[in-house]
Design a protein around this ligand. Sequence first.
Ligand code: PXL
Length: 278
Amino acid sequence: MKYPPRVMSIAGSAAGGSAGIQADLKTFQELDVYGMSVVTAMVGRHPKTDKNVHLVDMEAMEAQFATAMSQVGVESIKTGMLFTKEAIEKVVELIKLSKIETIVVDPVMIGKMNSKLLKDDAIEVLKDKLIPLAMVITPNVPEASVLLNDRVISTLEDMKQAAVDLYQLGARNILVKGGRLKGPAIDVLFDGETLTTFEAPRIDTVNTSGAGCTYSAAITANLAKGLQVKEAVEHAKSYVTTAIAHSFSYTETVGPTYHAAERKYGETYKIIVEGDLK
Ligand code: PXL
């Protein structure tokens, strides 16, 4: 097609612009895919209360999905913050009806500023209904741990075992992201046969708000462009590493990654990719 591939993010709106839908759309634009969105919730701290999640109702979610599908069309979908089990069930229904197969599920649970992004009673539905539809799931170590009933994951070997065991949930590829462990940032991909590791240098910064969203959005964009899963992950990891390397903060809070960094500085990171049989 002569136009860019069409990609949809089904996720929460992060008012600060670093994460959620905002990070996804910035990433889509940088990677030259056509970005669309279905907002599931708005995350924003109310100055007078501690309430910070404002839900979008099911009808509004369905209307957004239908609009993007009918006015534009969609090649690949990423899901991020879904918050409730009702929202997950609605997304499952919409994805099944759409017959789209390139689905990336980022099982977001807790934000960098400790905002709760998934209710406890939604975890089982996520595991049983949404994850089996995924081409790729992208849990970080704490999320992988929750998905494996609070298993302790603290080494690369633990991550590999986690990826192998999470494969049983029915997604076709499992990417366990090790950014929160010590040492270089190593992620593990399991496709049912082969374990592949992706290694980038650790960038010493606290400003990584939205890094996970950005990474999974970049994978989704690369898949829509026709890359195979391993290449999609490798390229996405380089993109997000460059964005983290140029991250910043306008205030004292944990700041955003710099989505334009790769384009602006022409800088890419060499990702060390190593594969071995299980
Ligand atoms: O970074 C995870 C994340 C995802 N989605 C939304 C968020 C956050 C973090 O704050 O607000 C909407």
